[in-house]
Every structure is written in C-alpha cells, then in structure tokens.
Design a protein around this ligand. Structure first.
Ligand code: AMP
Ligand code: MG
Length: 420
C-alpha cells in the first residue's frame, strides 16, 4: 500500500489547494476499523456498533395470531349473503391459547395477539358481530384470511435481523430482545485523545490575562466525540513549545486510536509542528479548498490516526463534520457510514460567495406557516464566530465554482444531525 504522503502527492492535486472530495478519499483509504469486541447486555448495547450479524433464532411472530379483538372463524362457515350464526366454543387470549379444536359451525372469542385456533382461518372484528349468550351473528362481507398476522411475517428463523456494522438504536435493542437474545457482541469504543495548542489559551476557571482567550475547541470536540460514541481522553491545553508538544503527541498516540488537535497548523505555525510530526510519524499538511477550515493535517503517529484541525472554533467544527466524523464512524466499525441528510431548499436571502472554494455556510432550516421548508443564513460568517454554529441546524453547502447566490435560489443543505 502507498504511504499517506505518496498518495496525497502522487496525483495532480496541489496540497495547497486540496479539493474536499479528494482529501476525503485519501483519508478513507487508511481507515482500519477497530477489531476488538466485547459482549454486553442488550440494553448496554445502545449507541454501540454491532460486531456480529444478529440472526433470528425463531419465527417472528412465532404463531399465526390475531391482529384484532374479535372472533376466529372458519371462512367456509360464513354464508356469502345474509347472516351466519356461530357458537362460541371458547377463548383465545394473548398468552392463553384455545386448547381444543374448533368444530364446523363454531367460532372462538380471540384478543389481539391471541394464537389462531386450529381450524380457524379468518378473524371477524368484534365491532362486526352481534353477540348473545354463547352465540354470535355475523353479517356477510368478509374476506378469507382477514385480520391475521402470519407466523414469520416479520422475521423467519435464520434470517439476519440486524447487520454487523450498524449502530444499535432503541428500536434495534427492542428487536433483539424480541428474539430472546440477551447479550450482543459490539466493537470496543474508539479511543480518541485530543488537546488544544496555543500560548494564548486558558481553560475555564482561569482568569484570562490580556491577550489570552478561553479554550473552546476542547469543549466542542469533547461534545462531538461523545455524540459519536467515542471514549474520550482530554489532554488539556499544550503550549506552543516543541518539547511539550512532542511529549503530548507521544502520550496521545500511545493512549488512543485517534489523536485530534486544534490550532498550530496554519501558516507560520505549521513548519514548526510539521517538523515535529514528520519526526514522529507520517503526516500530510493540506490547505483544503474550503471555507472555513482551510488548513488540515492528516496522518499517522505511532500507529494512531491523527487529525490536526485548524484553530478557529468554526473551522474546527466544520472540518470535524466534513472529514473527522466519517473517519471516526468508520474506525468505530460502522459499515456503511451513514451520510448526513443533504437536500435542496430555497435560500430566503442572497449569499456572498466567491468561486474557488467549497463553502460551508451556517444555516437555519425552518418551515413556514404553510409547511414549506427554506433556509436562511445565520448572521456573521467569520470562522471565529462560534455563535453561528450554535444558532445553526444545517450547513448550506456552496460548491467550488459557485458565485454569489440570489434570494430564492435552491441550495444544498446538510443537516447537522446528532453531532453538533
Ligand atoms: P492557530 O491556527 O493556532 O493560529 O489558531 C487560529 C485562531 O484560532 C487563533 O485566533 C486562535 O486564538 C484561535 N484558537 C486556536 N485554538 C483555540 C481554542 N482551543 N479555542 C478557541 N480559539 C482557538
Ligand atoms: Mg495557535
């Protein structure tokens, strides 16, 4: 296999203007999912990634059963015209089947979920009968087999109910329990270590001196990683000092599957980090043809995957969404990795856009009184304006060659699902 550096430089792409799709493609070639698995109680599987196919050990439902409260009848007993009177031979309740065999001219009182008695083939809803003592009278107009749920209509024994690589959601947990399966095999959580770089940064709880700012990236990254189901290792703020950074990179790579940093990859700082990372591993530095989020470093350090995100708070989140999210899900064992819902809606206002880079403007997708969806841009779009991410519920993705957008134009929006 080619190395990351060879791949990234082999073709005509310029690392100083790397298209978004090309960077994704390069990263995708190096993603080797975790292989370690653990067996957990089905409830503890929520949010985890299945490491096995779940095969149904039984037919679901296990028996033909009633979809309605009513009477189980033999269709051939019903007169095609006029009324039929049948004798009620007994009851079939959920969990308490009718023991005997239903004779011609008989019916069985049955509740939803009740097992269809031998001999019956049709359910007549209780609203459609007149009951008197142990007899019921049924008008004509029924269909053979109506209101019946067939054994195995949901799943047949031996059928794959859930596939390896899927994330377990509440419906899946319920489905597994419905098969009588109490434990599932899941991949171990992906371990992700992260730290912020910058001499100007202080953490919450410290009073910033002049020129210092609060570190926010570690908080957004922590949140996004947690939403993705990763095990997080927060390594704090690391000063722009080669020795401290080297130590931090080494520690992070030894502790985690993935190392994520923010800051220190823009021009001026990159050379210093570049030398260090070249020494520790194999890392490429790209200027992605996107806005925001231009600088991005990707590679391997001592076996760990490495993402060097930009410093600006919005750029961090956009690059995380556009590159890191997919990679982490893949590494966690997700197969396929779900793409974020993307569709076209009209943009209510004009947008400023220069051709040459893919832009990820922050948008608010909403419905008008008539139920029609449209998107508007959040205010100031600067890459330091974290509020624009906080207000947004979607990205407005403007393709590379796109220029200014006039109000009313259809634009691509990508929903910020579950990560932001
Ligand atoms: P850098 O890429 O390190 O030059 O950072 C670019 C910009 O992002 C600078 O204005 C930094 O102060 C800011 N920045 C870097 N890291 C953080 C952080 N962890 N939290 C908030 N702002 C940051
Ligand atoms: Mg910095």
């Amino acid at each position: 296999m080619q190395t990351i550096r060879e791949l990234s430089c082999a073709d005509d792409y310029d690392p100083n203007s790397m298209p978004v799709a090309k960077a994704r493609e390069v990263i995708a070639r190096f993603l080797d999912p975790v292989s370690a698995v653990e067996r957990v109680h089905v409830r503890a599987g929520l949010g985890r990634v299945l490491a096995e196919d779940i095969t149904s050990p039984l037919d679901v439902p296990a028996h033909d059963n009633s979809a309605m409260d009513g009477y189980a009848v033999r269709f051939s007993d019903l007169k095609p015209a006029g009324e039929t009177t049948l004798k009620v031979a007994g009851n079939a309740f959920a969990g308490a089947p009718f023991a005997g065999a239903m004779q011609p001219g008989e019916c069985v009182r049955i509740m939803t979920g009740g097992v269809i008695p031998a001999g019956a083939d049709t359910i007549v809803m209780q609203e459609h009968v007149k009951a008197a003592g142990d007899q019921v009278t049924i008008a004509a107009g029924h269909r053979k087999g109506q209101n019946l749920r067939r054994a195995g209509e949901d799943l047949t024994a031996g059928q794959v109910a859930l596939k390896r690589g899927s994330e377990l959601r509440p419906a899946d947990i319920g489905l597994i329990a419905s098969l009588g399966i109490g434990e599932v095999m899941v991949y171990r959580r992906l371990r992700v270590a992260f730290f912020s770089t910058g001499d100007e940064l202080v953490s919450v709880g410290t009073v910033p001196k002049e020129g210092q700012i609060y570190d926010s990236n570690r908080y957004t990254i922590h949140g996004m990683l947690t939403r993705l189901g990763c095990e997080v290792i927060d390594m704090g703020v690391v000063r722009d000092d080669p020795a401290l950074l080297e130590q931090a990179f080494r520690q992070a790579a030894a502790a985690a599957d993935v190392v994520i940093t923010s800051g220190g990859v823009s021009v001026g700082e990159a050379d210093f980090v570049k030398d260090l990372l070249n020494k520790l591993g194999e890392v490429v530095f790209w200027k992605i043809a996107m806005k925001p989020g231009r600088p991005l470093a990707y590679g391997k350090i001592a076996g760990a995957h490495f993402f060097g995100l930009p410093g600006n708070p919005v750029s961090v989140m956009v690059t995380f969404y556009q590159f890191v999210r997919h990679a982490l899900l893949r590494l966690s064992g997700r197969d396929p990795v779900p793409t974020l819902p993307t569709f076209k809606v009209p943009c209510t206002s004009g947008l400023k856009k220069a051709p040459g880079r893919t832009e990820f403007q922050r948008g608010i997708l909403s419905q008008d009184a008539g139920g029609a969806w449209s998107v508007r841009v959040t205010g100031e779009q600067g890459s330091g304006v974290l509020r624009s991410m906080s207000e947004a519920n979607c990205f407005i993705i403007l393709p590379t060659e796109q220029g200014n957008v006039s109000a009313g134009t259809l634009v691509d929006v990508q929903v910020m699902d579950g990560v932001v």
